[in-house]
Ligand binder design. Structure first.
Ligand SMILES: NC(=O)C1=CN([C@@H]2O[C@H](COP(=O)(O)OP(=O)(O)OC[C@H]3O[C@@H](n4cnc5c(N)ncnc54)[C@H](O)[C@@H]3O)[C@@H](O)[C@H]2O)[C@@H](O)CC1
Ligand SMILES: [K+]
Length: 515
């Protein structure tokens, strides 16, 4: 399980730990881990060209100390200061002692001027530290420095512009450097977080650094697990700095091993009823396809049998003859261990009401979300799993869709609390929140190819089947999203797919998880 703690929690833990450690010890731990990761990325440290982008806070301090370590190993290290008068002083002194060179970023949009005073006396030693030639005007002692060119030609760019102290996107003076890092032929390693992303929510406003690797300290931050920020982070390496964190994180992300433990696997004594029967009340004369797709997901979700109830029985049987079909409504369909209601349901509020009255776990999706009576959901005793996308979530909350998209974490928690239900908010990273609070599960296995008609119907069947097999609503939702996302990736493999392809790839995803 990968977990993330909020910025406030991280800062508290940091304070407690710092009170027990000698001054600067924590930053040294972070810098040592960062330098080791940079060395791994470089392969050969001696003679490499490293550029540090250094902001005004401790994030910049980490970069400077790590840069000093690399300079001592023979790298030619240049620190580009965004706020020279507010740079981490001890880190800067350490870099200078190690032979690093210092330039300033310049006030305008990358005017590329070096401050002679900042360079004084260190440029020569940086070249002595193995800096290969080719930096043209950057050498020497006080001439113009093409800062963006330096960044572009570096073997490694270390992004220490801003970390957990960041908010409201990158400041204008940092934007040209982030863009230059994007053009760099070398690797980009972000310190703690890619600068410009919101650490707590994963929002990205405007330009942010795109990293190949993010070295994060103590714990993941929510922004490293939630899109769009997650995509800016590249791969993420966690450095243990000894933080003592509360038992319950703010976010948790299942990994292969967690999902493997949760997937229902039949035992020798299992029969179809013990494995669970899932009921699918979906589809309408107008939308028979939704029923077929929900059943296609359910058949691959681990339940022993799938019952279908509704007007699309012929279409379902034609495609999946193993389905138990009934047209007598949910109440008279026979026993099920969980229901899925809503995909393609049109305006059939009666069926939604009937399913909500059943004392078994229920998953409500699509039209069902609009048709469900809020009080009927709140008063249920058995688990309820609501699976809206951003637009449906916005309608349930009575806000604009944009509001949900900009604050997905807050939206999913609010919905879960209001409905007294587990809520799975679909999106490129899917979030699953329980009504009782606690950690929100985040799933990032999905692919943008999954944004295709009917893909949600497949997920509802799959997660409903997992509910019937005995998983809790949170587990069924998060395991369902994980397997569904992986199936989407496997089916797409870089090309467009239809929802039925995603359903067909579920067994392969399942095997991939168990392998
Ligand atoms: N919390 C921890 O446990 C540890 C934190 N460390 C480092 O310290 C960092 C936090 O340091 P700080 O609290 O000093 O905060 P940051 O260094 O993240 O940023 C604060 C500074 O950046 C400037 N800034 C804010 N938003 C900006 C933006 N959008 N563009 C450009 N500049 C911006 C602010 O003026 C402020 O001076 C962490 O991210 C991590 O790298 C590590 O040294 C070790 C342990
Ligand atoms: K950073």
């Amino acid at each position: 399980m990968r977990s993330a703690y909020s910025v406030d929690t991280v800062r508290n833990a940091e304070r407690e730990l710092m009170a027990r450690l000698p001054e600067g010890a924590l930053m040294q731990r972070a810098a040592a881990g960062l330098a080791a990761a940079c060395a791994d990325v470089l392969g050969r440290v001696y003679g490499s060209r490293v550029v540090l982008l250094v902001g005004s806070g401790d994030n910049g301090g980490d970069a400077l100390y790590a840069g000093a370590r690399l300079a001592r190993r023979g790298a030619g290290v240049t620190a580009v200061l965004l706020a020279p008068e507010r740079t981490h002083a001890a880190g800067l002194a350490a870099l200078r002692r190690a032979g690093g060179r210092v330039v300033r970023a310049g006030r305008g949009a990358g005017d590329g001027r070096a401050a002679a005073g900042d360079q004084g006396g260190v440029a020569g030693r940086a070249s002595g530290g193995g800096r290969p030639g080719g930096e043209g005007r950057a050498g020497g002692g006080g001439g113009d420095v093409d800062v963006e060119g330096l960044v572009e030609r570096a073997d490694l760019v270390v992004d220490g512009i801003v970390g957990i102290g960041g908010k409201d996107g990158l400041r204008p003076e940092a934007v040209p450097l982030a863009a230059a890092a994007g053009r760099s032929r070398g690797a980009v390693v972000a310190v703690d977080l890619p600068s410009g992303v919101d650490p707590g929510t994963g929002e990205v406003r405007g330009v942010a650094v795109r990293a190949d690797l993010t070295v994060t300290f103590g714990t993941h931050k929510p922004g490293l697990l939630i899109d769009p920020a997650r995509e800016y982070a590249g791969s993420v390496r966690l450095v243990d700095i000894g933080l003592e964190l509360p038992a319950e994180p703010e976010l948790e992300a299942l990994q292969h091993a967690d999902v493997a433990r949760l997937l229902p696997v039949p035992r020798a004594e299992s029969d179809k009823y013990r494995r669970g029967v899932v009921g699918i009340a979906a589809g309408s004369a107008r939308y028979p396809g939704a029923a077929v797709l929900a059943v296609s997901g359910a058949l691959r979700g681990g339940a022993g049998a799938v019952r279908y109830v509704g007007p699309a029985g012929d279409a379902v049987i034609a495609r999946f003859p193993e389905t138990l079909v009934s047209d007598r409504g949910p109440k008279h369909a026979g026993r099920v261990q969980a229901w899925v209601v809503g995909p393609g349901a049109g305006d059939d509020a009666a069926t939604v009401g009937e399913v909500l009255a059943a004392d078994v776990p229920v998953l409500v999706d699509a039209d069902g979300l609009r048709l469900a009576d809020a009080e009927a959901v709140r008063s249920r005793r058995a688990p309820t799993l609501l699976t809206p996308h951003a637009g449906e979530a916005a309608a349930l909350l009575g806000v604009e869709r944009r509001e949900v998209e900009e604050g997905r974490l807050a939206a999913v928690r609010e919905l879960a609390a209001r409905y007294g239900a587990t809520v799975l908010l679909k999106g490129s990273t899917t979030l699953v929140a329980d009504s009782g609070g606690g950690a929100v599960r985040v799933n990032a296995t999905g692919t943008s190819w999954l944004a295709t008609a009917g893909s949600g119907d497949v997920l509802s069947g799959l997660a409903g089947s997992l509910l019937a097999a005995g998983l809790s609503a949170v587990d069924a939702g998060s395991v369902g999203a994980y397997v569904h996302g992986l199936a989407g990736r496997l089916a797409a493999d870089g090309a467009p797919v239809g929802a039925h392809d995603v359903a067909a790839a579920i067994p392969e995803a399942w095997r991939n998880v168990l392998a």
